[in-house]
Design a binder for this molecule. Structure first.
Ligand code: NA7
Length: 287
């Protein structure tokens, strides 16, 4: 039986690791703040003291941490992933990070004889809990094949997209679209409020027409209740837009709509909304 490791038990990682345990996998976990390991241990996972110890104990180690800085620290830091890496072991970083950071990690893992995949996911808290994520994998093909049973436990669909960088880029494109949609949606909601219209009516009209989608439906209803607890933290949404813009810069690709959305998300961050759901960008549109 494959031994699996999981590093990073935030909103996403805790649900993903739990699905691995519930599917009967042998899982060793680590999180920077160790208390987040407790529910996983109660569910049947083992706990290790360092990322290196998880990698040593595992055939394939998955990670899901905040951003490029966190992924780099996890890999290159003291007692990090590289210190446990050995020939043949697999490392799968499922965080949303930029292409360059992913390529640097790939090179380092291969340098230790290991195999690397980037596998960012589309979907936030509820799809993570329900095992309905969409997994965008790229890198070492043999590792992708071996990781498929784990991906099946965490997601409803997984794709192999080619060389490292293509999974990261695809994820940034998806979240750039989602972030700009959310910015336009909340701007429209707040314009409706200012015009004295019923936002309830607006939501019903949107839902009945051609731009109906689950995000407007679910987040729109929560906004009506002033409910912004994080399924997808706003700070991560802005990070993804920022990284997508960086990709556009590198490719000389104009992204005026995304750049405008980024400004609204930056304003929301300056209003202290980092740890709210990304739909709290509504509050920046209202101000
Ligand atoms: P959360 O809930 O903000 O969780 C972030 C996780 O990353 C959490 O386990 C953090 O540990 C961990 N983290 C943050 N910085 C570090 C460093 N420097 N070293 C090790 N671990 C770190 O985010 P989500 O679960 O919603 O999202 C995770 C990723 O998926 C992200 O890329 C999203 O864009 C998509 P902590 O618990 O704070 O000790």
């Amino acid at each position: 039986m494959q031994k699996l490791g999981f590093l990073g038990l935030g909103i996403m990682g805790s649900a993903m690791a739990r699905n691995l345990v519930d599917a009967g996998h042998d899982v060793t976990v680590w999180n920077r703040s160790s208390a987040k390991c407790d529910p996983l241990v109660k569910a049947g996972a083992r706990q290790a003291d360092t990322p290196a110890a998880v990698v040593s104990a595992s055939d394939i180690t998955f990670a899901c941490v905040s951003d490029p800085e966190a992924s780099s620290e996890l890999c290159f830091g003291p007692d990090g992933v590289l210190e446990g890496m050995e020939k043949g072991k697999g490392y799968v970083d499922m965080s949303t990070i930029d292409l360059e950071t992913s390529q640097i990690i790939e090179e380092a893992v291969i340098g230790e004889g290991g195999r690397y995949l980037e596998a960012p996911v589309s979907g936030s808290k509820t799809p993570a809990i329900n095992g309905n994520l969409i997994i965008l994998a790229a890198g070492e093909r043999s590792l992708y094949e071996e990781a498929l049973p784990a991906f099946d436990a965490m997601g409803k669909m997984s794709l192999y997209l080619g060389d490292v960088g293509s999974g990261a880029a695809m994820k940034l494109v998806v979240n750039m679209i989602m972030g700009t949609m959310m910015a336009a949606f909340t701007e429209g909601m707040s314009l409706a409020e200012k015009a004295g219209l019923s936002t309830q009516d607006l939501l019903a009209i949107l839902d009945a027409g051609a731009i109906s989608n689950p995000m407007f439906r679910v987040k729109g209803a929560l906004m009506q209740d002033d409910e912004f607890s994080p399924a997808f933290p706003l700070k991560h949404a802005q990070k993804d837009i920022r990284l997508a813009l960086l990709l556009g810069d590198l490719l000389g690709h104009g992204m005026p709509t995304t750049a405008a959305a980024n400004e609204v998300f930056k304003r929301a961050r300056s209003m202290g909304l980092d740890d709210n759901d990304f739909s709290a960008v509504f509050k920046a549109s209202q101000s």
